[in-house]
Every structure is written in C-alpha cells, then in structure tokens.
Design a protein around this ligand. Structure first.
Ligand SMILES: Cc1cc2nc3c(=O)[nH]c(=O)nc-3n(C[C@H](O)[C@H](O)[C@H](O)COP(=O)(O)OP(=O)(O)OC[C@H]3O[C@@H](n4cnc5c(N)ncnc54)[C@H](O)[C@@H]3O)c2cc1C
Ligand code: FES
Length: 285
C-alpha cells in the first residue's frame, strides 16, 4: 500500500526555537467554558513564539508537575493560540483548571494539516463529532472565508446533547458566510430545533455527493461517517480523517504513535481515508 501523508511546512509565526523537545512558556490570557468539562483557553507566548500552526495541527501541552498531552490548535490570532480541552484525566483536568495569568508549556506545532487548498472551488463536506469540531475549526474558517474558498461547504456537526455543541457563535458565522450548517444531537428536549440522530445519519439524510470531505470525531463515528461519504460518491482518497493515538515525543522518535507504517505525530493526525481504512481494519482484527 502506498501511503502519501500530507506533510506541511507551516509559515513561521515567530522565532523558531530550534529544539522541538523544549516546551516554551505560554500564559493563559482568556478562558471560556464551552460545555460541561470542556474549556477553551487562549494562550500567548511569554517569550519565544512557536511557528504558526496550520489547520489540523496539534501542540504538546505541559501542565507543569503533572504531564504533557497532545492538543489540537482550534484558533490562531497573531501569536495567540486557542486550545479546546475536555477534562478526561489527570493532565487534561490540570490544563482546564489553569486560570488567566497561569503558565503552561507548549511545543510544536506537529503533524499534518487538513488540505484546505485542495478545496478551492470544490464542493466540500465537513463532518465533526463532539470535540472533533476543535481540530476542524481553523479549516472551516478558511474554507468559508479564506483567500481561495470552497465553492460550497456543508457542515454536519454531531453532539451528544445541545449543551455539548461547541462554538455556536462560529456556527452562526459560518452559516452567514454561506455554509449549510446541520447540527444534530443524540438526545434533546423541546427547546432544540435542530436534527436528532448521529452525524452519519444526518449525512445520509442529506444524501449529497461531495468532491472532498474532512471528518473528525471519535473513531467509530469517524469510520461510519467516512464510509458514508464514500458510499455517497466522494472518492476514498478525497476523504480525510484525523486519527488520535497516544503520543509522547511528537517528533517521530519514540514510536508511541505508530499505526502500521505511519508515525501519526509526523504522518498524521490528518490522513486520507483510503490509507486509514486498511490500517484501522488490520488493527481491529
Ligand atoms: C493529535 C491529537 C489531538 C488531540 N486534540 C485534543 C483536543 O483538541 N482537545 C482535547 O481535549 N483532547 C485532544 N486530544 C486528546 C488528549 O490528548 C487526551 O484526552 C489526553 O491525552 C488525556 O490525557 P489525561 O492525562 O488527561 O487522561 P488519561 O489519564 O490519559 O486518560 C483518561 C481517560 O481518557 C481516555 N482517553 C485518553 N486519550 C483519549 C483520546 N484521545 N480519545 C478518547 N479518549 C481518550 C483514556 O482511555 C482514559 O480512559 C488529542 C489527542 C491527539 C493524539
Ligand atoms: S509520538 Fe513519538 S514517534 Fe510519534
């Protein structure tokens, strides 16, 4: 099997540290609760900055004295980056507990990016499940408003319940910019006016054929959504997914993130579905 990862060379944003293993101090400048257990923090370099992250790239984030985890960059504003973090364990809980002014460590950016340039003038569907909208946020911003926007963007956003839907203001802005936005939740009360059901079910209800697809979310959801886009006519090598694995070094040295021939910190997290499908099948056996 030929695997053609989408390597990216991010445009420099500030000074390059030269040592990708050295975390740089970043101070929390703002924090916002997104949903129960999920917080967005805006962090800014105290000294040296990192390269400008491309849409879909991640950084390794240190909660000093606790540990380091990979987190996707959901927004960039000058030297400031936004990280949307769900508390699931010791490190993520420590990170979401950081208050304004507190300092954490950041190194990166690492990994591949959503191929936003390939979307210019094409019909694109973006499918996000839960926290999967965070790594897609910058890509959607560029798809609807970038220098070379897509012809049309359809956005399907799945969440467990209405209070788990991320970035409602951004979704309004994407809709105003011309995207067709379809939020859907697993369960809802009477105040919910969107769809009910999974993101994949919503995709199948729409029954549209798209030329390019970006899909991100929990692995089972991503697998079913990617298969549906292919069944609806998107070529498998034009469907891109983001694969999460435990990571340690972030620089293709420790092997912790290996999936078949890929080291996902370098060759992912964003990969073509035509490559990922086989690897996930082998892994699942
Ligand atoms: C490339 C990449 C990008 C990521 N981006 C984000 C992001 O933007 N925001 C964010 O909140 N998280 C993101 N994650 C996941 C995040 O790194 C983990 O949630 C974190 O490592 C958990 O560490 P912990 O010490 O808090 O919990 P741990 O003690 O390590 O884990 C606690 C529980 O969570 C489960 N868990 C751990 N990692 C994951 C995971 N990746 N998916 C599902 N369950 C998991 C464990 O199995 C365990 O049951 C990303 C992961 C990768 C690989
Ligand atoms: S995290 Fe070490 S090789 Fe990928």
């Amino acid at each position: 099997m030929t695997v053609a990862p989408a390597r990216v060379a991010p445009a420099p944003l500030g000074r390059i540290t030269g040592d990708p293993m050295r975390p740089l101090p970043f101070a929390v400048r703002a924090r916002r609760s997104e949903s129960p257990a999920t917080v967005s923090i805006e962090v800014e370099p105290v000294g040296d900055a990192i390269d400008r992250p491309a849409p879909g790239q991640f950084v390794m984030v240190w909660a000093f004295g606790v540990g380091e985890v990979p987190i996707s960059v959901s927004h960039v504003d000058g030297h400031r980056i936004t990280l949307t973090i769900r508390s699931v364990g010791a490190v993520s809980e420590a990170l979401v507990s950081h208050g304004v002014g507190e300092v954490l460590g950041v190194r990166g950016p690492f990994g591949t990016a959503w191929p936003v340039d390939a979307a210019a003038g094409r019909d694109v569907v973006v499918v996000a499940g839960g926290l999967g909208l965070a790594p897609l946020r910058m890509a959607i911003d560029e798809l609807v408003a970038g220098g070379r926007p897509a012809r049309h963007v359809t956005l399907v956003v799945g969440a467990r319940s209405p209070d788990q839907v991320l970035y409602p203001a951004a979704m309004d802005a994407w809709a105003e910019a011309g995207a067709s936005v379809h939020p859907t939740v697993d369960t809802a009360g009477r105040s919910w006016h969107g769809a009910v059901g999974t993101a994949t079910a919503q995709l199948e209800r729409l029954a549209e054929r798209h030329e390019l697809a970006f899909v991100c979310g929990p692995e089972l959801m991503m697998t079913s959504a990617a298969r549906s886009t292919v069944a609806l006519g998107t070529p498998a090598d034009q469907v891109w997914v983001s694969l999460e694995r435990n990571m340690h070094c972030g620089v293709a040295q420790c092997g912790r993130c290996q999936l078949g021939p890929l080291l996902l910190c370098r060759d992912g997290a964003v990969v073509r579905w035509s490559d990922a499908a086989t690897l996930l099948e082998v892994r699942g056996r």
